[in-house]
Design a binder for this molecule. Sequence first.
Ligand code: HXC
Length: 261
Amino acid sequence: MSQYNNLVFEKNDCIGVLTINRPKVLNALNRETMTELKDLVEKIAFDKDVAVVVITGSGDKSFVAGADISEMRNMSALDAREWGKFSQAVFNSIENLPQPVIAAVNGYALGGGCELAMSCDIRLASEKAKFGQPEVLLGVVPGFAGTQRLPRLIGKGRAKELLFTGDQIGAEEAYRLGLVNRVVPADQLVTVAMEMAKKIMSRGPVAVQLCKAAVNEGLDMDFESGQAYEAEVFGLCFATADQKEGMTAFVEKRKAQFLGK
Ligand code: HXC
């Protein structure tokens, strides 16, 4: 999977590390990068050798500094609409990957970069990370679902302040707002992300994937429908070898050896 111009993808003991790789423009997302991302994410979804995905940015300055402004500058209204829709779908495919996805935010996560991080399941931020939705400074609104994911993550009022001012916030403030799960020293970001990925991998893999599906699907339903969905996936777990192994290992006072089926 090294056929991409703007992405690097490496597998390390069933952890897939996806790096957005356009460091000269702080990893800004142009159409080619987004098309490559679509292709790679489709492949990862069916890759049995990838249990957890870590997404990060190339270099020590930026995760992703947004959509590529030079490329967007002269877009027509209709082209911009299609660019937005296409990219929303790519980020949806990340959010809906069966595997858990951890964003290791190593620097600027602005505009489309913040939106990319929000489409991941868990966000780890380096102390140097900066978050923001600066689109209003460019005369536009966020177009990769920032107006939808940000309020769902941090609440309507806080999201509106960030969206209306376009201000950048540091990692600690992002943590305080609930935008990131954890802040870690810059030189430990990848290590902490890999440790978290390994911990998740050691749990029942089917159960982890079903947890993700239950949260994602349930949040788009009313509470009762979400509970009904949960009951279905809970029942489904009892048709897996992992459930037998997990509960037998507990009773036998040993560590479970999950097979992921
Ligand atoms: C294109 C970008 C870019 C971007 C940085 N660059 N961000 N190019 N699109 N989003 C380029 C710069 O032009 C410059 O190229 C090089 O990367 C280094 O950036 P500098 O600005 O020189 O670095 P610095 O002074 O350290 O400032 C860093 C920064 C700033 C604060 C991150 O680059 C910045 O404000 N970038 C734009 C952030 C932004 O507005 N993002 C939202 C985009 S809109 P050269 O050739 O000069 O070296 C968006 C909407 C999504 O994401 C929805 C669309 C449908």
